[in-house]
Design a binder for this molecule. Structure first.
Ligand SMILES: NC(=O)c1ccc[n+]([C@@H]2O[C@H](COP(=O)([O-])OP(=O)(O)OC[C@H]3O[C@@H](n4cnc5c(N)ncnc54)[C@H](OP(=O)(O)O)[C@@H]3O)[C@@H](O)[C@H]2O)c1
Length: 253
């Protein structure tokens, strides 16, 4: 049995990640803003393996509190997203995801568990380019993404969270390993089908804003939970920003 921390566990994807891990008989600490939500209902009989901690990482008063949260866990899985209201999109915290990732990385870096890998798995977006790779998004998509960066704080937040992992975390915390998962437009639904994963989004989808790439939240949850629990899969994707799409819309590797 492994131990995981899930942030954004009450979200549409986060609750599926939590359930997937609990179904694999792993222990999960789910950090929730309020227990008054449908996470318990979603978990059903798997609820016994899930410890719900009320609060937020950014709201924790001391670094020690964050360290205490993550110190014994095998990985921290982050499915945070801004609430789609004016306050959620334009209000504080404007860099919810980036600042949470940074605080978690710092806490993992300081936590004493020697010899244990310190893993972060972040749910991000195919609207975020990995600047270290050659990713040829169409020019009009690049312009749109540039505009969105300035107009839409949640997009800038995702961009900066990804850039922190791809370009900065290794300098500050070399012991941390990470994967930044990039789904397309998210779909709901429970049915299990295959999905494709590749290092970059495929050009055939025509770009993340106007393109056709779709990913079920269920598939994102399955992939994130598999990364957390399958060491071979982890070794394949660690330090990468995989794009994930439903079967039939696989990316070109
Ligand atoms: N929509 C798309 O098509 C799409 C595509 C690709 C990637 N993404 C990205 O995927 C991520 C997750 O998507 P989702 O649809 O699963 O998200 P979601 O259902 O909106 O869940 C968001 C989670 O973040 C929590 N949260 C929101 N504001 C918070 C705050 N200020 N402090 C702490 N926690 C906060 C929510 O808690 P509460 O339950 O308490 O509100 C919830 O647990 C997002 O980052 C999004 O950008 C979305």
């Amino acid at each position: 049995m492994r131990k995981f921390v899930v942030l954004g566990a009450t979200g549409k994807t986060g609750r599926l990640v939590t359930r997937e891990l609990a179904r694999g008989k792993h222990r999960v600490t789910a950090v929730v803003r309020s227990r008054e939500n449908c996470l318990t209902e979603c978990l059903k009989e798997d609820v016994v393996l899930v410890d719900q901690v009320e609060g937020t990482v950014l709201g924790m008063e001391s670094e020690g509190e964050v360290e205490g949260l993550v110190k014994d866990c095998d990985a921290v899985l982050i499915c945070l997203g801004h609430t789609l209201t004016m306050a959620g999109v334009f209000g504080a915290p404007r860099r919810l995801v980036r600042d949470t990732v940074k605080r978690v990385a710092k806490a993992l870096g300081s936590s004493g568990a020697r010899g244990k890998k310190k893993k972060i798995i972040l749910m991000n977006s195919n609207g975020v380019r990995n600047k270290l790779l050659v990713e040829n998004y169409p020019w009009h998509e690049r312009m749109l993404l540039g505009l969105l960066y300035f107009a839409l704080p949640p997009h800038a937040d995702n961009v900066e969270a990804s850039e922190y992992l791809t370009m900065e975390v290794a300098k500050e915390h070399p012991e941390i390993e990470w994967v930044c998962v990039r789904p397309g437009d998210l779909l709901d639904g429970e049915e299990h089908s295959n999905y494709g994963v590749s290092p970059s989004p495929a050009e055939k989808h025509g770009g993340p804003v106007l393109g056709s790439a779709k990913t079920s939240r269920y598939q994102v949850a399955h992939f994130m939970a598999s990364l957390a629990t399958n060491d071979k899969l982890w070794d394949e994707w660690k330090g990468k920003t995989p794009a994930i799409y439903n079967e039939g819309e696989e990316t070109e590797g």
